[in-house]
Design a protein around this ligand. Structure first.
Ligand code: RFL
Ligand code: PHB
Length: 394
């Protein structure tokens, strides 16, 4: 039987953006409904990001969902960049006002946010997929449950937090949205393995392509290599992956890599994408629903969190005293941070990857850029400031 729910905010998507928006709104006493097309098990086991900016981990802590992160997350003071035999260390506390980043898996953040919501007795409607959105003066979301029955949520506002392939962005008329996009001619092949990591987050450029060493905990490693867009996972058994990974790191790192069976292997194409504006009527886009960055700068999850920080502040002011100034500025404010992350991620992607049309000139330019980072504290400070995270605007 079809049901109609009435609430203040309908949130589509239980990824980091939707769950954090729900968490923050709930703390302001705002009623909401979250629709998620997948199962709880699926969203809790989806392996994605791993690096939390300073401001992201602070916000999780300040709003009461940072306890497990405090215990299990790994605080990192920097990252290393390697270019053949050259090495640059970006030391965050030294180059910023004392900032650090925290290595803590996105799926752990998602688990913590789901647990926090369910602990309040409020539900998340899993396996309920939004199928149509009306963003007009009487906003509504039509959704389909696991049994195929259709229902409606009526709300004052809709949070479109349903990721890049969701319905929110597509429900906005094409002529209203301006799309900015770059597709890169490669992807990342990533694996997770229950082996001790090399310890640091290390980005390497090699003539065979980019490689990244990361981690989740002292016995869980995460590695990525740049791959062609036509790469098939089946063609990359573990042995082949480990051989290629070790070839791309300088010997001192390669020797430290402990190999073992992979427990997850996936390919992600790299893309930069921004849809503007982030508002259409009473629908507000946040996170990957509105923008994508290549993962090189570790910014995607962090942008999802900063978007919803601005959005909840705007909605809270609306419901508390009818003040819509922040709602009106939401798109501009969030986009300023989005474009800063787009620029940083694009720049780091270009510096560290091998492009099919890179010629000797291009390679020398990148080498020179690396030398600049090596020699100049100012250049390293620019990387540190952006990697550890720009502050939220007042
Ligand atoms: P999500 O996580 O995609 O969540 C959207 C949710 O919406 C649901 N959904 C729907 N629900 C209801 N009705 C519908 N019609 C729906 N359609 C979709 C989906 O099932 C899903 O649960 O988007 P969100 O919340 O905006 O979060 C964004 C982040 O997930 C993403 O930006 C990051 O994972 C990107 N990223 C990284 N970000 C970082 O900040 N640091 C990193 O180190 C980092 N590493 C990465 C990454 C992304 C990667 N991949 C796989 C693209 C590494 C990789 C390899
Ligand atoms: C990860 O640990 O998954 C990770 C780390 C840094 C990145 C991207 C992904 O830039």
């Amino acid at each position: 039987m079809s049901e109609t729910i009435r609430t203040q905010v309908a949130i589509i998507g239980a990824g980091p953006a939707g769950l954090m928006l729900a968490h923050l709104l709930q703390r302001s006493g705002i009623e909401l409904v979250i629709l998620e097309s997948r199962s709880r098990d699926y969203v809790e086991s989806r392996v994605r990001a791993g690096v939390l900016e300073h401001g992201t981990s602070e916000l999780l802590r300040e709003t009461g969902v940072g306890e497990r992160m405090r215990r299990e997350g790994l605080v990192h003071r920097g990252i290393a960049l390697r270019f053949n035999d050259r090495s640059v260390r970006i030391d965050f506390p030294d180059l910023t006002d004392g900032k650090t980043v925290t290595v803590y898996g996105q799926q752990e953040v998602v688990k913590d946010l789901i647990a926090a919501r369910l602990a309040t007795g409020a539900p998340i409607l899993f396996e309920c997929a939004a199928v149509a959105i009306d963003a007009g003066d009487e906003p509504s979301v039509r959704y389909r449950d696991a049994g195929g029955a259709e229902h409606v949520v009526r709300a004052d506002f809709i949070g479109g937090c349903d990721g890049f392939h969701g319905v929110s962005r597509h429900s906005i008329p094409k002529e209203t949205l301006k799309i900015f996009e770059r597709a890169y001619p490669f992807g990342w092949l990533g694996i997770m393995s229950e082996t001790p990591p090399v310890g640091d987050v290390i980005y390497a450029r090699h003539e065979r392509g980019f490689a990244l060493a990361s981690l989740r905990n002292p016995n869980l490693s995460r590695y990525y290599i740049q791959c062609g867009l036509d790469t098939e996972i089946a063609d990359w058994p573990d042995d082949r992956f480990w051989d290629e990974l070790k070839r791309r790191f300088p010997d001192d790192i390669g020797r430290k890599i402990v190999t073992g069976p992979s427990i997850e292997k996936s390919i992600a194409p790299l893309r930069s994408f921004v849809a503007e504006p982030l508002r259409y009527g009473r629908l507000f886009l946040a996170g990957d629903a509105a923008h994508i960055v290549p993962p090189t700068g570790a910014k995607g999850l962090n942008l999802a969190i900063s978007d919803v920080f601005y959005l909840q502040r705007a909605l809270a002011a609306h419901f508390a005293n009818g003040d819509d100034r922040y709602l009106e500025r939401y798109s501009d404010m969030a986009l300023r941070r989005v474009w800063a992350a787009e620029r940083f991620s694009w720049w780091l992607t270009k510096l560290l990857h091998v492009f099919p049309d890179d010629d000797a000139f291009e390679t020398r330019i990148k080498l020179s850029e690396f030398d600049h980072l090596h020699r100049s504290k100012h250049a390293r400070a620019m990387v540190a400031e952006q990697y550890a995270g720009l502050p939220f605007e007042d």
